[in-house]
Design a protein around this ligand. Structure first.
Ligand code: AMP
Length: 416
């Protein structure tokens, strides 16, 4: 299927070509025509699926069919959980609107930075607002913008919006919107919490599911390497030396581990930096900028801190600690292999985590050969009885007993 057949007009098609997109992704093929038909949409699609363009393109198409008035009134509201997603969305909008006869004005509204510049920018209104929920409400309270003319609402990564504790804010925002509007909801899961939100917000939605099919990840080479837990940092160094990766994103389980692993790498002369939720917004932005500009070679992050991260040209992702859930696995590996580039996702499988990784594989029906690297072959056996408990947290849905915790404390072997 081509972009031409989706119902987009020529100025947008031209921009699509200039952006280097040849064919629409699965989510774009499914979503764009439905949005143009004014249907509410609930799509399950993870980062990396092309979901941003799937809502940005039809929103721009809808705006291009109307006369944009001055002062501008917010017609499309895009709610996102993180600064990184906001940036990615505005980048897509800026890339696609360039040939439109009337270029919609887009304003980004984010918490964690000074409110005044955002208030200034909103003078004279905006056609599209990309926002995190809390700051949006602050601006409404300050009369800096009104939501009474919104005809299209997008909730991007709705599950993360809920995880981040924005549920109350979402309710208050929706109460300010006209009832006659189109709502598009994107989430990585169809979890009960997201389902409840969808029931409240969507009217007879088209449900689109393009995520977690085994065909979703062919551009990404997945590898599983067996190694003892205490030797993971050395194995990581070995891989860094033997591959010509421009940048590597390394996932660990805890804030402490981001600091620990990045410090170990630094002392080995590798340019590494930690990214975790306890950093200030400024420090996070700096870390990401350094990584994007290739001043830093390795970014060591937790799942939470890397939410919504979109870095093109990321050839490798390493699961130093395995993710807790199969969904997180998809989120993580989807950071590489973006925009048609090839990417590799490597998981370190320690003896204690074998069973856990097998569960992830089973869930995705995608099974990997276990590799061993010469000099790093595992020699340890799984901790007896408790073979499936992760160093931090355990398997989702399974509570650790007191005995488990004691065993874990006794057997903690991550001291590289
Ligand atoms: P997203 O899932 O929206 O985070 O998009 C993932 C990445 O894919 C972004 O870097 C987009 O620029 C890129 N992308 C989106 N749609 C296409 C497409 N049809 N062809 C090639 N790259 C795309």
């Amino acid at each position: 299927m081509s972009f031409q057949s989706l119902g987009l007009s020529e100025p947008l098609l031209r921009a699509v070509v200039e952006r280097g997109y040849q064919d629409p992704t699965a989510v774009q093929q499914a979503v764009i025509p439905e949005v143009l038909r004014h249907r509410d949409v609930w799509a399950r699609a993870s980062t990396g699926s092309g979901k941003t363009a799937a809502f940005v393109l039809p929103i721009l198409e809808a705006l291009s069919r109307r006369e944009l008035v001055v002062p501008r009134r917010v017609q499309a509201l895009i709610l996102v959980p993180t600064r990184e997603l906001a940036k990615q969305t505005t980048d897509e909008i800026a890339g696609f609107r360039r040939h439109l006869r009337q270029r919609p004005k887009t304003v980004v509204v984010l918490g964690g930075v000074s409110i005044n510049p955002q208030m200034m920018e909103l003078r004279g209104g905006a056609d599209i607002v990309v926002a995190t929920p809390g700051r949006l409400l602050d601006l409404v309270a300050n009369n800096a913008l009104s939501l009474g003319a919104v005809s299209q609402l997008v909730l991007d990564e709705a599950d993360r919006l809920l995880d981040t504790g924005f549920a109350d804010e979402l309710g208050r925002i929706v109460a300010l919107l006209p009832a006659a509007r189109q709502t598009l909801l994107f989430s990585a899961t169809f979890s009960p919490a997201v389902s409840r939100l969808a029931e409240q917000l969507l009217r007879e939605p088209v449900r689109i599911d393009v995520t977690e099919t085994p065909t979703e990840v062919p551009a990404i080479q997945q590898r599983a390497i067996e190694v003892d837990a205490p030797r993971r940092t050395q194995l990581l160094r070995h891989l860094l030396e033997h591959h010509d990766w421009e940048r590597v994103l390394v996932f660990v389980a805890t804030t402490h581990a981001t600091e620990h692993v990045s410090a170990k790498l630094q002392s080995a002369g590798i340019n590494a930096i930690a990214l975790h939720g306890k950093l200030s917004q400024g420090a996070r932005t700096r870390a990401l900028d350094l990584f994007r500009s290739s001043s830093v070679h390795v970014l060591v992050a937790t799942d939470l801190a890397s939410r919504g991260l979109d870095i093109t040209g990321l050839p490798a992702v390493v699961n130093y600690d395995l993710p807790r859930s199969p969904n997180d696995y998809v989120h993580r590996i989807g950071r590489t292999g973006r925009a048609g580039e090839s990417g590799v996702a490597i998981s370190f499988i320690t003896p204690d985590m074998k069973a856990h990784f097998a569960l992830i594989e089973k869930r995705h029906q995608h099974f990997l050969v276990r590799e061993r690297i010469a000099g790093f072959e595992p020699t340890q056996a799984a901790t007896p009885v408790q073979a499936t408990v992760q160093a931090t947290g355990g398997i989702k849905g399974r509570r650790k007993s007191k005995k488990d915790k004691l065993r874990e404390a006794a057997g903690r072997d991550d001291k590289d």
